[in-house]
Design a protein around this ligand. Structure first.
Ligand SMILES: NC(=O)c1ccc[n+]([C@@H]2O[C@H](COP(=O)([O-])OP(=O)(O)OC[C@H]3O[C@@H](n4cnc5c(N)ncnc54)[C@H](O)[C@@H]3O)[C@@H](O)[C@H]2O)c1
Length: 345
């Protein structure tokens, strides 16, 4: 492979464009082709990023021999289909989140990446944001002591995604708010905790806002979900997510707090990520603003992808992470369906 990595983007919605920008900012890539069934979407990406070649269907793009790396930005039910086909054609893959609609698909991708010896990275962009990177570094250095609990949420007051019509169709999306928003926050909190081995999960899901989607659109998924996960060593994680919920205005958005025996880290504050330590008997603590790296978001993700492909760096959000995340999500959905706690041992 030449020094410049030739990229094909399949799926030209918001994530396709975010990937293109990330490659451009990271450097070392050539945006070689785009595929999307909607001509206007691919034309718009070609115009914005100077992409020379277009295809309609993703299968045509992955067959193009002038492509080294494929960004899979398709509806979630096509992640594994297209990701597997691309890996088997000898392409590296960066796949959007969630990794797949279920753990079986994610495992197939993991196996194929290993067999083909190709890089498979998931666009777990919350691991690559500047605030999240700073939080991870502080926790990994032990500044909060031993981590035993995390609380993560992404609760939108109103914001059911429409896309091209598949988000609310469980067979195509794998689920609702939990797999769409919850997956990102679960992934972030799990990452900050050092990816402990999950032992059991319990979750509840609700669908209360079906009336907010157009009547002709299939909507058979949860619009909010709440969960608790237990890990090895008794560590625990609370997760809350919603596409739609009635809540105070200041609750709209994301929160992620990680608790240790020496301190705590809050990732999202108006001042950026903050470490609290040196707790006094009255509960006061020192507040330390964490320094954020210059490179964040998709630029950082694409830089990391280059390190994996060219220098064999260990992936921060690779195949095993994708399978592990999907295993937890499958168990959470099983818990919602059965009303029971689900063991993962
Ligand atoms: N990381 C994030 O923050 C984030 C944000 C939004 C979406 N996503 C994920 O990205 C993926 C895509 O989401 P989206 O919002 O762009 O959805 P979307 O429905 O807006 O776009 C999907 C695109 O895929 C195209 N497509 C479908 N079948 C195709 C085929 N056979 N060949 C070529 N193109 C085809 C469609 O024409 C459409 O343009 C989903 O998995 C979603 O969960 C991630």
């Amino acid at each position: 492979m030449a020094d410049t990595i030739r990229v094909g983007i399949i799926g030209a919605g918001w994530p396709g464009s975010a990937h293109a920008k990330g490659y451009q900012q990271a450097g070392g890539y050539k945006l070689a082709a785009v595929a999307d069934l909607i001509p206007q979407r691919r034309k718009s990406l070609m115009g914005e990023f100077g992409i020379p070649v277009e295809y309609a269907d993703w299968a045509e793009l992955i067959a193009d021999p002038n492509i080294d790396l494929v960004s899979v930005c398709l509806p979630t039910d096509l992640h594994a289909v297209a990701g597997l086909a691309a890996l088997r054609k000898g392409r590296h893959v960066i796949c959007e989140m969630p990794p797949a609609t279920n753990a079986v698909e994610a495992r197939r991708m993991e196996t194929a990446a290993a067999k083909e010896g190709k890089t498979l990275l998931y666009a777990a962009q919350r691991r690559f944001g500047a605030a999240e990177q700073a939080a991870h570094q502080a926790i990994a250095k032990g500044y909060a002591g031993e981590i035993y609990h995390a609380r993560a949420s992404w609760t939108r007051t109103r914001g059911i995604p429409i896309g091209t019509g598949w988000f609310t169709d469980g067979a195509r999306s794998g689920g609702g708010a939990l797999i769409d928003l919850g997956a990102h926050m679960l992934d972030l909190a799990w990452h900050l905790m050092g990816q402990p081995v999950p032992r059991s999960v319990f979750a509840a899901g609700h669908q209360k806002f079906q009336s907010l989607t157009p009547a002709e659109m299939k909507n058979n998924v949860e619009d909010s979900a709440f969960a608790i996960l237990r890990f090895e060593g008794g560590k625990s994680l609370e997760l809350a997510c919603s596409w739609a919920i009635n809540q105070p205005p200041n609750q709209n958005g994301t929160a992620c707090r990680v608790y240790g025996d020496q301190g705590a880290v809050e990732v999202y504050t108006p001042r950026g990520p903050v470490l609290y330590r040196g707790f006094e008997p009255n509960g006061r603590a020192k507040e330390i603003q964490l320094k954020q790296p210059k490179s964040g978001g998709h630029m950082a993700l694409m830089r990391h992808a280059r390190d994996c492909i060219v220098r064999g760096a260990a992936p921060i959000s690779g195949p095993a992470t994708g399978s592990g995340l999907m295993r937890m999500l499958d168990a959470l959905y099983k818990s919602i369906a059965t009303g029971k706690s689900i063991s993962l041992t």
